[in-house]
Design a protein around this ligand. Sequence first.
Ligand SMILES: Nc1ncnc2c1ncn2[C@@H]1O[C@H](COP(=O)(O)OP(=O)(O)OP(=O)(O)O)[C@@H](O)[C@H]1O
Length: 357
Amino acid sequence: MGSSRFLGLYITICVLAFVISKITIAVLCYRRWQRKQLVIQDRFSDGKLVLFRSPKMKSLKPNSFLKKTMKLTSKDRIGSGGYGTVYRLTINESTSFAVKKLRRETTEQDRGFERELESMGDIKHRNIVTLHGYYTAPNFNLLIYELMPNGSLDTLLHGRRMDKVLDWDARYKIAVGAARGLSYLHHDCVPHIIHRDIKSSNILLDHNMEARVSDFGLATLMEQDNTHVSTLVAGTFGYLAPEYFDTGRATTKGDVYSFGVVLLELLTGRKPSDEAFVEEGTKLVTWVKTVVQDKKEEHYVDDRLGCNRMDEINHAFIIALMCLETDPLKRPNMLEVLKMLEEIKPDHLGHNSQSFT
Ligand SMILES: Nc1ncnc2c1ncn2[C@@H]1O[C@H](COP(=O)(O)OP(=O)(O)OP(=O)(O)O)[C@@H](O)[C@H]1O
């Protein structure tokens, strides 16, 4: 009798200990999640602002942040792309953000969409544009990014900006930075991330002219929402790997191909969608393959490179062509591309080849 009472007491204590430990774990997880992000409900537009906590966000007053975000107008517009319009949000003299207003036609609030954004917010790397938070309301969504003061590589290479000429050293640094960011997404993130839309307008430049890959995860995100008007699901014509046209499947090797196109753009200063190619019935990649075969690279490098290091430039052409192999299996992966690029100028980058922020 005594031993069965003891057994009953023993089982009760075990069950209680189990339940208490589960509750404690749940409370700790909830607190950790709360510490990671700040959620502000917006009663006016039935929306919700979520800011991911980081040193930069620490000093911000969330309500005034929300007010300023809601007051963005066309005067604050930086530009627009396939996914929506980008605005500059100025909080004070030293703090600004880039806010991307996504086109959204459905009114459904999707928790999967938010989860995707939360994992995008966890990605922190010095060659990737940080997502600081998001705003979601029944009719629109905003993504809050770090503002890149030097805009996009596309604008610097092909736009009318005369104030900044990118010489060979600057372009080399951009190529290595972009390769490092992409290699981080492919090889260091779990699960790995396929960008799906690598192009010069998605490579932004920070105050040091260091490359930052932007818009990662957006193709997947918008596919879920199913509102991005795109002929080919994701990716931009001129940058897409040939196999994508057959399979429609995005792969890391597809990103490697697109990166190869960006490298060619850096070397030749020509856009993959250059009308001259269309008129000649060719495209940047086919054209460069012939140039390299005929060993005529020096006639086609961008004059603005201002460099007599043709050995380095030829080396970069070879890496670009490896990325542009028609057979994806023959292309190197991004870690290999990064290593080959770093070998072009081992002394130049020797002191800062570390991958993480
Ligand atoms: N974080 C940012 N900081 C500064 N400028 C940005 C930022 N994000 C985007 N921009 C600028 O906003 C403009 C539009 O960018 P967006 O990413 O919407 O379009 P895109 O990359 O040109 O095209 P797509 O949407 O098809 O990828 C570009 O000129 C880009 O330079």
